[in-house]
Write a protein that binds this ligand. Structure first.
Ligand SMILES: [Zn+2]
Length: 472
């Protein structure tokens, strides 16, 4: 996770983005063709979405929203993490508000991260909704956060009652812990074994189980940061049946592979995240296809940065005299990516501009209860959040280098990657906050908390009756 820094106080978010949706007839962008070729400038409106952090300690920090606006994201939803020791979610929300206030360059909201669904915590869901929080995240892995299936059902049932969207990190925590033990017994500790310990099979099983639990309760879920094509197949099958299953993927699953965890020395630790990057181009192609065909609703960053060269709380904290190559099980999970997300994805030219806007901005706004204030450009209704890109070929090619980024981390997993576009201007509520050729980051900590309503996706009004176990 990113270190606190006076100019970069908030840490870990993810977010989504963008804009110009063909189905927004009153949008001020309607005069712009939804095509990179024809448009003199590509304009996208940006919202943002969620960030992630498997390490509960890391989640206690706010996120790098400065980096977000410099990469074309205007709104972020970060995590407000409840640990096993916290009984009240409202107290967690209050504490997270205090950290974020006057510290954000973007507009922002929070996903409540439920690590301990006590009766008190469950009883507070209604109050969370009243306070503008309409999504929460739960984990099927990580010892400190993992919920058992019965606890997941408790959360889903109460979320159903209150109109809250439940995000699920789907990996089988018990099995991957067992796999980790097997590797360590063989003396296999280096970063690349992080991927070995969490094969696609574990993500696929957990994804299918999450879908099953959601179906039992008849409530929408969002499977977050999906990396596995076989997991995506389960999601696709459920969607084809008409089930309200939504899914998110991230740039690391489009551009990185497990081989990035096998770089010389300890360098592979820079790309340790969960789920891990998968095997190769075939996996990338399947994830791109899932974006193109609608299996994935949103494309987020899962921005969860940790300093690499930090022996206390960074990636290198897993190195000890006894374990000079580190122990993969102790490498903090997560990568920075909020600033590079949009340029990398746009540059890949694997999505139409309309789809790019849909999965990076519009759908996120709809899914998270921000639409049409965010994710649209409706006069008198929407905030004037815009990102202006260069015309195709108008910027020239630049290499992603960590020194051109604005997070407070000492590396990017995408060092050296070439991109042919970058946001020229980012505009938040009508004010230019990023001017690439005129001062760079020109915004301040003027980001505001955005109250969110119920998701516009997956709510089946005809099923809004009380769930009844006797009906089975
Ligand atoms: Zn996660």
């Amino acid at each position: 996770m990113e270190r606190l820094h006076s100019s970069c106080p908030i840490q870990a978010i993810d977010l989504l983005v963008t804009s110009q949706e063909a189905s927004t007839p009153t949008s001020i962008l309607t005069s712009r063709p939804c095509s990179v070729k024809a448009a003199p400038q590509i304009i996208t409106k940006q919202v943002l979405h969620q960030a992630h952090g498997p390490n509960p300690a890391s989640l206690m920090q706010p996120i790098g929203t400065r980096s977000a606006i410099c990469g074309g994201t205007t709104t972020v939803i970060t995590f407000a993490p409840q640990s096993k020791a916290d009984h009240s979610l409202l107290k967690v929300l209050e504490d997270t508000h205090a950290k974020a206030k006057n510290n954000c360059y973007t507009d922002y909201s929070f996903h409540l991260l439920v690590g301990n669904p006590t009766p008190l915590a469950l009883s507070e869901f209604a109050a969370l909704r009243a306070k503008g929080i309409s999504s929460l995240k739960i984990y099927m892995t990580y010892e400190a956060l993992q919920l058992r299936d019965n606890e997941i059902l408790d959360v889903l049932l109460e979320a159903r009652r209150q109109g809250i969207t439940t995000m699920i990190h789907a990996e089988n925590g018990d099995v991957l812990a067992w796999m980790t033990d097997q590797l360590e017994k063989k003396g296999l500790y280096s970063p690349k074994y992080h991927a070995t310990s969490r094969p696609q099979l574990l993500e696929t099983e957990a994804t299918n189980r999450a879908i099953t639990l959601s179906t039992l309760i008849s409530t929408p879920i969002l499977i977050v940061h999906v990396s596995s094509p076989t997991a995506a197949q389960h999601i696709r099958t459920a969607q084809t049946k008409g089930l309200p299953i939504y899914a998110e993927t991230c740039p690391q699953y489009l551009f990185l592979t497990r081989h990035d965890l096998d770089k010389p020395g300890f360098e592979g630790a820079k790309c340790v995240c969960s789920p891990p990057p998968r095997d190769g181009p075939e996996d990338h192609d399947a994830i791109w296809l899932g974006l193109q065909n609608g299996t994935f609703t949103i494309l987020s960053s899962d921005h969860c940065p940790f300093v690499y060269d930090d022996a206390e709380s960074g990636k290198k904290s897993s190195i000890t005299p006894t374990f000079p190559e580190g122990r993969f099980k102790y490498i903090p999970n997560g990568c920075p990516g909020i600033e590079t997300r949009l340029p990398l994805v746009l540059n890949a030219e694997r999505l139409s501009l309309c789809k790019f806007v849909e999965v990076t901005s519009t759908n996120a706004a709809k899914l998270y209860g921000l639409y049409p204030r965010k994710g649209a450009l409706l006069p008198g209704i929407s905030d004037a959040d815009l990102v202006v890109w260069y015309p195709r070929g108008g910027m020239g090619e630049v290499a992603v280098r960590n020194e051109i980024l604005h997070h407070n981390v000492d590396y990017t997993p995408f060092e050296g990657w070439k991109v042919g576009n970058w946001p020229r201007w980012t505009i938040l509520r009508g004010e230019v906050v990023w001017d690439r050729e005129g001062g760079g980051c020109v915004g301040g900590k003027g980001g505001r908390f955005v109250e969110r309503g119920e998701s516009e996706m997956g709510v089946r009004r005809d099923e809004k009756v009380e769930w009844d176990v006797a009906a089975f």
